[in-house]
Design a binder for this molecule. Sequence first.
Ligand SMILES: Cc1ncc(C[n+]2csc(CCOP(=O)(O)OP(=O)(O)O)c2C)c(N)n1
Ligand SMILES: [Mg+2]
Length: 678
Amino acid sequence: MTSTAATLKSKPESASRTDIANAIRALAMDAVQKANSGHPGMPMGMAEIADVLWRQHLRHNPANPKWADRDRFVLSNGHGSMLLYALLHLTGYDLPIEELKNFRQLHSKTPGHPEYGMTVGIETTTGPLGQGISNAIGMAIAERALSAHFNRPGLDIVNHHTYVFLGDGCLMEGISHESCALAGTLGLGKLIALYDDNGISIDSEKGNIKSWFTDDTPKRFEAYGWHVIPNVDGHNVDAVEAAIQKAKAVTDKPSLICCKTVIGKGAPKKAGTGHAHGAPLGDDEIAATRQVIGWPYPPFEIPPAVYAAWDARAKGAQLETEWNRKFASYEKSHPDLAREFKRRMTGELPVNFSANSASIVAKTHEKAETVATRKASQNAIEALAPALPELIGGSADLTGSNLTWWSGSKAISKDDAGGNYLFYGVREFGMSAIMNGLALHGGFIPYGATFLTFSDYARNALRMAALMKIRSLFVYTHDSIGLGEDGPTHQPIEHLSSLRLIPNLDVWRPCDTVESTAAWVAAITRSDGPSVLVFSRQNLPFQQRDERQIAAIRRGAYVLLDVASPKAVLIATGSEVQLAVEAQKLLAAKNIPVRVVSMPSTTVFDRQDEAYRKTVLPDGIKRVAIEAGVTDFWRKYVGLEGKVIGIDRFGESAPAGQLFKFFGLTAENIANAVREII
Ligand SMILES: Cc1ncc(C[n+]2csc(CCOP(=O)(O)OP(=O)(O)O)c2C)c(N)n1
Ligand SMILES: [Mg+2]
């Protein structure tokens, strides 16, 4: 920090170690009090841990929060957001004190929980407990895989740690088992988690955490294959320092440092109680805390010496300059790799991607194959992936059913990180949050798969991907009763509609090989949000189209079969498109002309301009929607005067062909529905 001090006009008195940590305590309790809302206890309890990690270990540059080789820091216990805002402010990020004064206010940069894309230096949105640690595991996997792909002898351009703070809540959440077990198996040596072991969670206001959380956390993590450092005094900076050094020295296992802390440390009445967790301390308690910790300064005033002690700008600039120098030699000796590394870290697709992908879609059309769309999906990956080394695949133990493995797939393992495929095990939620971490780290476009019905297990991670606007691709096969004999436990009914309700999540359910390939292209091309790709287990017939129709798939819906002066419009998705096509023929034979619209993505179609939407669904013509799932969602397209043919109950175990008949999903029924409304 001497270089920082030198940049100041007059060298301030050096700050005491106590004051350095107390700056965080003061900012947290005062901001929460001013907002009359928030969580002061965790920042006050983790202040010393934050001091040691951020001032002595974290390699970051406040002037460039996107520096590719920065250490990643994740606040998994996101309710302690004021800790992170205080750290970003104090170390010199573009987060002025006014923003801290505006904590939790509309349009401030300091929302209730840390939000990716909202505040500089926030690596992921946290708050839903257990997901931050899982995102961090994704980031650590990304670091290992990227370093295996790009580092060359003497030129380790990818070499950074991932640090996580987490609390009791993260450890109680089931997802922490899923992802931490996998982190142990993969031996993620550069992942270091610091556990805020304070014996308090929300219900501690009324009872003791020992009534609901008695895990032996160190033994649990040892069993996962982690390196565990138990019983560290989280308020003793030397003890925390020694623990972090030990953790860094172990490079073949992730480390968990268990820090005993006192929540709300410094508050004379509320420290160590559930009352410090999530409510303002109150003016009297804050005044008393100032006395106890020896902090005489008014709210939001930090003495210059304390600022100087925290200021990470000079050191950060120096660290990045050193890395830039290394990268310059790398560029000289490996110009192609260097260009590729830059491209991947910015998330840009290869320049010829658009042209290549259009020709891949056209070729798929020429082949005119009738296969299951899950097979069409695998063919699409096979065609697209060779030019996209950033694609990193995986499945939650259903690789052979999801068909997510392609000829260039290679597993990532503890001993070899040079692959592009993760066997996530039966861990749908963990997989999805890890995928989000891979996307957030940069350098990768993750895709991961399970059966559509188990998207429920993963759901909040999809919501987080949508909120963060990141490119995670969720692949779900076995998309309806069409999966057959496995029965109602495995047959999705409400899933498509309910996924479409998540804002900013694109949901695709293609009807054949061509739509499947186009959906993959759309999902890969989309840089501002996640996509769900839904595929069938059973074969679906190829549909003939002209070039204009092929180009229109990316608009989410288009006219697949047209007639002059249609009396009705049939709207269908996925496996039901073939039924609509058959129904059209039945009706034509009776002189009832109808149009067939294929709508692989309602979410994408809804974003099209009104003029386009009206060319597909003209006003004044009645509509029938067909989808093998709940019907309510389709009312927005067919209105009250139209009809929806779907399934509003759970499925049955039987061969697929019988089930479609049993549930009334037949061309005859569709034709009858049209006759009833016209
Ligand atoms: C998935 C999820 N469930 C519930 C909550 C609500 N919640 C926020 S903090 C918290 C208790 C967390 O306890 P701990 O991690 O020990 O935090 P501490 O009180 O020690 O700061 C709960 C239940 C949440 N944020 N996320
Ligand atoms: Mg706790």
